[in-house]
Design a protein around this ligand. Structure first.
Ligand SMILES: C[S@@+](CC[C@H](N)C(=O)[O-])C[C@H]1O[C@@H](n2cnc3c(N)ncnc32)[C@H](O)[C@@H]1O
Length: 273
């Protein structure tokens, strides 16, 4: 395997409060912009697959093809293998790797996909160059990332303003770019991709169950994940400030009129044939 090149720290880690969000994800709610390009025989690489629920959905959509899920963290791949096993998928495998230095020959995959990954990496343009390199001519590089500065909610909450400001500061200190969604097209062009279709899409959390889930996972993540430790160790917040932010999340979650929107940038790039 090529030497790993990652310089960033993965901001969230894989605490249970983080996986609560990741395992909710499906190809339908997180990769709709890509689905029209898929064909049953395709070979797909899903980079930063995490616990693999999107990976498993993609495998179901290419029954005559194959999906490889790749992540830099070996531990999370056990979880992804279990998800694939529960669904009795036979066309999926998993590998440890770094998006900056992929251990695959040129022109290997029909689709190279990454969901909520490039915001966490040290060099997203280099990552996209690697993704392009391992994509077959005529194939697709498909990327989707949220854009924290564009997230918006109601009712106004000074505590959630603090959350957003703190999250963006910690993510940048970890070497990532939390406002990645708006930058994807620019990164793709810098990486030499020329046929780039850029779109956006949102997740909305407002119904009682959605508010309870979204606010609960952020409240827990704020006090009990790698993110919390990095915030404190980096001098960005005290434990008491983190508890106040978690309280603001719970308060927002209890508001009947609560509404939260997560904007994502998306790029579907065709590699020249
Ligand atoms: C926010 S999670 C997204 C997981 C999954 N794609 C999803 O949307 O549910 C980001 C994942 O990218 C992985 N990751 C971070 N940096 C990486 C790198 N340089 N190469 C490969 N994977 C990386 C992390 O370990 C983590 O599992």
């Amino acid at each position: 395997m090529p030497e790993a090149r990652e310089t960033a720290v993965y901001t969230h880690g894989h605490h249970e409060s983080v996986l609560r969000s990741h395992t909710w994800r499906t190809a339908a709610n997180s990769a709709a912009y890509l689905l029209g390009a898929l064909e049953p025989h395709m070979r797909i690489l899903d980079i930063g697959c995490g616990p693999g629920t999107i990976t498993a959905d993609l495998a179901g959509l290419v029954p005559d093809g194959h999906v490889t899920g790749l992540d830099r963290e070996p531990g999370i791949l056990e979880r992804a293998r279990a998800v694939a096993g529960e669904r009795e998928l036979t066309n999926v495998d998993f590998a440890v790797g770094d998006v900056h230095a992929l251990d695959f020959p040129d022109d290997t995959f029909c689709v190279v996909h990454a969901h909520q990954v490039l915001q966490h990496v040290g060099d997203p343009v280099r990552a996209l160059r690697e993704m392009k390199r391992v994509t077959k001519p005529g194939g697709f590089v498909a990327v989707r990332d949220s854009d924290y500065a564009a997230m918006t909610w109601y009712p106004p909450s000074p505590g959630l303003d603090d959350w957003l400001e703190l999250y963006r500061r910690v993510a940048r200190a970890n070497g990532g770019e939390p406002d990645a969604g708006r930058r994807l097209k620019s990164w793709a062009l810098a990486a030499g991709l020329t046929d780039v279709t850029a779109t956006s899409a949102t997740w909305t959390f407002s119904a009682p169950g959605e508010r309870a889930w979204w606010s609960g996972l952020w409240a827990d993540r704020t006090v009990a994940s790698v993110y919390a430790d990095r915030a404190v160790e980096g001098g960005h917040a005290t434990r008491e400030q983190l508890r106040a932010v978690a309280g603001a999340w719970r308060e927002w979650g209890g508001r009947e009129d609560g509404w939260f929107s997560v904007l994502h940038g998306e790029i579907l790039c065709r590699k020249e044939a």
